[in-house]
Design a protein around this ligand. Structure first.
Ligand code: C5P
Length: 231
């Protein structure tokens, strides 16, 4: 299409992984590199979208791969990510939550570097973080399209695909990208295998499945999002 599949659309993408400080030098974090999220931002911009990327602890070398048209807001913690998303939500037609968000944060952040005390172990109390995606679903305006991610390894009771379908219904977003992260796949690598699901009421359907570089996968996801957006 002239101008691209997302021409005239404003796309909010989150990337990377949040970090929760324990003290001035330590944090609780995850292995997300931000490569998938920045690839999505790149693909959405290439499709003509006006893209705002909220990047949680994404390395400068990964951010350097973005075109200059992408607006970048850098955040560290889940609270900062939540605030940036809430601020950007009213001016977004599509929200793609690809960031790996810490489910917990320290109940208290020590003001000074924690010291080792004797031979005892250490207990750190954690409190639950709010679910940003679920919050965006609650506060969304009319026809805003919200896309969640699920990084699943499967469990003894259910495979990754079943868990992803259940997550899509539970979170109430419109689309969900399943990322199979079993056996060291996905995190930090340049390739990914994904399945894109769409929700219609209580029904979940598979939109597409694909495997390839994070850029290739992102192009397909963006095309799938655009097709749902434009009906
Ligand atoms: O439940 P789970 O963490 O697997 O859900 C993943 C999806 O939810 C991702 O889209 C992630 O960005 C989002 N999420 C969130 N806030 C949290 C936890 C996850 O927005 N506290």
């Amino acid at each position: 299409a002239p101008g691209g599949a997302l021409a005239g659309n404003r796309i909010l993408v989150t990337a990377g992984g949040t970090r929760e400080p324990l003290d001035p030098v330590r944090y609780l974090g995850n292995r997300s590199s931000g490569k998938q999220g920045t690839a999505l931002a790149r693909a959405a911009a290439a499709a003509g979208g006006s893209v705002h990327l909220v990047a949680a602890n994404v390395g400068a070398e990964v951010l350097a791969g973005l075109p200059p048209t992408v607006t970048v807001t850098e955040v560290e913690t889940t609270a900062e990510l939540a605030e940036a998303c809430a601020a950007a939500q009213p001016e977004s037609d599509v929200i793609i939550m690809s960031a790996a968000v810490s489910d917990y944060r320290a109940a208290e952040t020590a003001a000074h570097k924690m010291k080792k005390s004797g031979d005892e172990g250490l207990r750190i109390e954690l409190v639950q973080n709010p679910d940003i995606l679920a919050g965006l679903v609650r506060t969304r305006a009319g026809d805003q399209l919200i896309v969640g991610f699920a990084a699943e390894t499967g469990s003894p009771e259910a495979g990754p695909e079943q868990l992803a379908r259940e997550k899509l219904l539970r979170k109430g977003c419109d689309l969900l990208v399943l990322n199979d992260v079993s056996a060291g796949k996905a995190f930090g690598t340049d390739t990914n295998a994904i399945v894109l699901y769409a929700r219609d009421g209580d029904a979940v359907s598979e939109v597409l499945r694909t495997e390839g570089t994070k850029d290739e996968v992102s192009e397909k996801v963006v095309a799938g999002v655009a097709s749902v957006l434009h009906g």
